[in-house]
Design a protein around this ligand. Sequence first.
Ligand code: 13P
Ligand code: ZN
Length: 274
Amino acid sequence: MTETDGAERLRDNTKFWRVLAAAAEVAGLLWGKGWAERNAGNLSFDVTDVVPAPDGAGVAAGATALPRSFPELGGRRLLVTAAGSRMREIAQDPDRFCGVLQFSPDGSRHAVAWRGRGTGTFAPTSELPSHLAIHAALRRRQSAHCAIVHTHPTELLALSHDARLKDAAQLNRLLSAMHPETVVVVPDGLALVPYLLPGTFEQGLAAGVAMERHDVALWEKHGAVAVGAGFVEAFDLIDTMNAAARLLLLCRSAGLEPEGLTDAQLDELRRAGA
Ligand code: 13P
Ligand code: ZN
């Protein structure tokens, strides 16, 4: 599918435009939350079932080769935000700052199948390795989730600077004790990924491993990432966990050490949700 070809095919595709509308909605929420300074954050969505398969072989020679292949993504199509794009601009103009990548049958290369109304060459987010590794993990999980949201949620990030909080179980215990909703909305808690240089393949692969068993991960001293059926659902997970972190920091800054829910109360909550 050439870019022109892709544009024609997508013009009347209501499902595809709904995905873009949800990207715009969540981009606006991220900006409104103050989690999206400059170009912070990025989004992706597996549109394989929404965007028709290309005629012919698909990815032509000259496509971008990946440092390693993701066989799970072979032949698939991902909508991704552009490198350097601002959430406040995506909220207004999603089809200017998003593109669709088509993957080769073996998942080793990708080409731009659609770049919307963007001018010039479409460059996918610098954090594409994380998006690829997480989408691959979702396919291995046989998950119905298609959306990935990465953002820089202030209070969770502040907690990730606490040298005493290097253990995911300890952090999840602290967050769930602050806010019963975390147990309901994110029953498996969040994964903690130690700091690695953003945008590197190493960081991407670590993100993929974390999302084998979790729907939300906190990337130490960088940001958070979540998966969901849609962008809104993925956003909700980060929003809920960040609300717990905000409560904790608010108590501490008011000079009070929060009592939190007891273990018995948390167990009761988990049993009620089971
Ligand atoms: P991109 O603009 O390349 O998507 O990067 C945003 C970001 O969150 C960097 O950490
Ligand atoms: Zn980031």
